[in-house]
Design a protein around this ligand. Structure first.
Ligand SMILES: [Zn+2]
Length: 82
């Protein structure tokens, strides 16, 4: 299964992960409310892909935000979204 991160603000592709199964805790999805999940995560079963809306580093920087976890970027990714 693929997890595809796209910047919600500028539309840029941020990252694609290949996973055997989705560990919601590892990806930080368990921190989202039901409403946030609906807004942020779109599952395409036919494509075996999960689309996750996030923010790229540039947009985070330009908005002066420094808490990417609150924006749906899982902690495990912080190291290599650059
Ligand atoms: Zn962006």
């Amino acid at each position: 299964m693929k997890i595809l991160y796209t910047c919600e603000y500028c539309g840029d592709h941020i990252d694609t992960l290949e996973v055997d199964e989705v560990d919601e805790v590892k990806f930080g999805f368990d921190r989202l409310t039901a409403q946030e999940r609906q807004d942020i995560i779109k599952t395409d079963a036919a494509q075996n892909t999960i689309y996750v809306k996030s923010l790229c580093d540039q947009c985070i920087a330009s908005m002066g935000l420094d808490d990417p976890i609150a924006l749906g970027i899982p902690e495990v990714n912080k190291g290599y979204i650059h």
